[in-house]
Ligand binder design. Structure first.
Ligand code: SF4
Ligand code: SF4
Length: 204
């Protein structure tokens, strides 16, 4: 042990340094927050709970069952089933197993009709595995909950038109996709049927 070490020990230098640091931090702005009373701002492009965008006019999902999201998903956690109903292919099952998802966002990027979104919702942890298995109805409900929290009347997800991707190579539907309404849009009222005029009867 050197003389320097002996002096350090005798005068408790390290303890004094530690106490000085503690005192300094007491008057410094904290880097932590008091969650859940305080919440961090969620930045654009945050990848949270999955949702199916509910079409503001039809009230239904926009998915056309092209399978692109299921094919690109590296975690293979998207299951889609289609059936031919009245000569039309209908998506009868669309499930996302969120527990297996790695939140890469590829499914959102690849969707040609911007039907899918990773919302900014991050408070959905659960001890129930079934609660993190999103079927079509749950995905639409996720959208409703997310949309209801939006201050703005419209929403556009960063991954619908990702930076660095040549938009000329995107499908027309994706190129033309604008912000989607976050509130239901009433269908234009059907024009009232014109009442048939009674035939004029010949006067004697
Ligand atoms: S975010 Fe990635 S891992 Fe998750 S469902 Fe989409 S493609 Fe699959
Ligand atoms: S990529 Fe979009 S339209 Fe195609 S199956 Fe997936 S969610 Fe539906």
């Amino acid at each position: 042990m050197t003389v320097r070490d002996i002096i350090k020990r005798a005068f408790l230098v390290e303890i004094i340094k530690g106490m000085a640091l503690t005192l300094k931090m007491m008057f410094t702005k904290p880097v932590t927050i008091q969650y859940p009373e305080e919440r961090r701002r969620v930045y654009e492009g945050f990848r949270g709970r999955h949702a199916f965008v509910r079409d503001a006019v039809s009230g239904k999902e926009k998915c056309i069952g092209c399978m692109k999201c299921a094919n690109i998903c590296p975690a293979q956690c998207i299951t889609i089933a289609k059936e031919k109903i009245e000569n039309k292919l209908v998506v009868v099952k669309y499930d996302i197993e969120a527990l297996r998802c790695i939140y890469c966002g590829y499914c959102v990027e690849v969707c040609p009709v911007c039907a899918l979104v990773l919302t900014e919702e991050y408070e959905y942890s659960s001890t129930d595995k079934a609660a993190l298995y999103f079927d079509k109805e749950k995905l639409l409900k996720n959208w409703d909950e997310f949309a209801a929290k939006q201050q703005s009347e419209t929403y556009f997800n960063k991954f619908w038109r990702p930076d660095g991707v040549d938009s000329a190579k995107m499908p027309k539907s994706k190129r033309e996709q604008g912000p989607v309404p976050t509130r239901p849009v009433l269908k234009p009222a059907e024009p009232a049927p014109v009442a048939a005029m009674p035939k004029e009867t010949a006067q004697p």
